[in-house]
Write a protein that binds this ligand. Structure first.
Ligand code: AMP
Length: 448
């Protein structure tokens, strides 16, 4: 590590090339499964008016109360929004967009997905960052238990594609309608009268602002008390119960394993009925790799017509961690095929042409255009992992040749300069080394 005093800000991390390979691979799986199921990509701004998050997610949730990054900006004219916040999640922004662009006029349901950075000013720890990446899916406009099951199935497929499904465990619950929860919260508060002293400080505060969070508290003392407290299930209306039973029936039909978890509530106010999370099989909730749920009141809360919706977000850093733990490698196309080494001003000039011709053929080419000795350039080629090195000195320029060195075999031979591109390309193809042509690159739409 360098001695510079500058570091990434607390809770953030650089996504270095090795990690990018995993990111790219995850995005490929996400795009593939999204297209298969008719989802279309949407990108909303990284910041929004802060009240979109405050109203949608809930003022007494951790995300809003403690974790929102507020963006300060000077007002330049009357139309400027100055009360902005970096997005801590995707759903509120996507719903804002659904309303703003009158997507209710499109055929319903509207299925949208996003991939990008989120910001939460949380206490950094393993798997918990202040800037992190998620992929996110939403189905808006129609409510049906088969959509809940289908959404979950897309996630299961993605985790399976990434070879980490076996490490995960789907937890599912139905938290009912807002009025059910209201009645339940009252009952919970009543239950805890006189017992507050036994709660850890954080949970005592939660009891006052957001008592539901006590259910998924990590504190042992709270968990013991909760066991004898009233259960949310007793307060659910019949429609919610039936809805839940049907979602489970559909999951069974699709062969998706799940675990019913009556204490799963998730931290956001906007959820209604179905909620679910994919937990780390070995460590449990702390390290959920993804979660989601139904939010049938959110669009109305943000000023739209009553519109149902359900969504899911997967945490990419945690997925990468699981992939590495499981020994899953991310295939990539970052290899160096050819290193071009040169000596002398004339050779250097010719090498520019050679390098660009190779690149045009889709051969990944790096050229040493400095003044180092041929020997040190060869060492360099080796460190880059190049398959072949093409050497060009004054003699070769005069003769119209180049020396082609097979790096693995340590053998070299002289070939005609004009044949070099063709010869090397042919050898790479014979060795089944994938050259990445422009056509491939352009065919690979929305790489981000
Ligand atoms: P949530 O909507 O908060 O459940 O987030 C969905 C997923 O995003 C989680 O299951 C995590 O995998 C991931 N995630 C949430 N917060 C963070 C964070 N602070 N750092 C890294 N990943 C996170």
């Amino acid at each position: 590590m360098s001695q510079s005093t500058y570091r990434t800000p607390k809770g953030t991390h650089d996504v270095l090339p090795e990690e990018q390979r995993y990111m790219t691979y995850i995005k490929k799986a996400v795009r593939h499964r999204a297209r298969q199921a008719g989802y279309q990509r949407i990108d909303t701004p990284i910041f929004e008016r802060r009240d979109i998050f405050e109203r949608g997610i809930g003022e007494h949730t951790d995300i809003v109360e403690k974790e929102l990054f507020i963006v300060s900006a000077k007002k330049q004219d009357e139309s400027d929004d100055t009360e902005l916040a970096l997005r801590p999640e995707f759903t509120a922004g996507v719903c804002r967009s659904y309303i703003e662009h009158a997507m209710d006029q499109l055929p319903q349901p509207v299925e949208l997905y996003s991939i990008g950075q989120l910001f939460r000013h949380d206490r950094p720890q393993k798997g918990r960052y202040r800037q992190f990446h998620q992929f996110n899916f939403e189905i808006i406009g129609i409510k049906d238990p088969s959509l809940d099951a289908q959404l979950i199935q897309v996630m299961v497929r993605i985790f399976n594609d990434l070879k980490i499904l076996k490490r995960l465990n789907l937890q599912i619950n139905n938290i009912g309608l807002p009025e059910n929860r209201q009645a339940y919260v009252e009952a919970l508060k009543e239950f805890f009268i006189g017992k507050e002293r036994n709660l850890p400080e954080l949970d005592r505060a939660r009891l006052a602002t957001n008592p539901l969070r006590l259910l998924d508290s990590k504190e042992e003392d709270t968990q013991i008390l909760i066991k004898s407290a009233p259960q949310l299930e007793q307060f659910l209306d019949n429609e919610s119960k039936e809805y839940h039973a049907t979602v489970l029936e559909y999951l069974q039909e699709l062969g998706i394993a799940y675990q019913e978890n009556p204490r799963l509530v998730r931290g956001l106010d906007y959820y209604t009925q179905t909620v679910f999370e994919f937990w780390d099989e070995s460590t449990g909730a702390q390290n959920a790799v993804g979660g989601g749920g139904r939010y049938d009141g959110l669009i109305e809360l943000l000023g739209g017509k009553p519109t149902p919706g359900i969504g899911f977000a997967g945490g990419m850093e945690r997925i990468i961690w699981h992939m590495k733990e499981a020994g899953v490698e991310a295939p990539h196309k970052d290899q160096v095929d050819v290193f071009v080494a040169q000596l002398g001003p004339e050779a250097k000039k010719q090498c520019l042409t050679l390098i660009s011709r190779l690149r045009d053929k889709g051969v990944h080419t790096i050229g040493a255009l400095g003044e180092a000795s041929l020997k040190s350039q060869l060492r360099h080629a080796d460190r880059f992992g190049a398959k072949y090195t093409l050497l060009l000195g004054q003699m070769e320029v005069k003769e119209g040749t180049t020396i082609m060195r097979d790096m693995a075999a340590g053998k070299q031979k002289q070939i005609k300069f004009d044949d070099a591109v063709e010869t090397v390309t042919q050898l790479l193809v014979e060795k089944n080394l994938d050259t990445y042509s422009l056509k491939d690159a352009l065919g690979d739409v929305d790489e981000d």
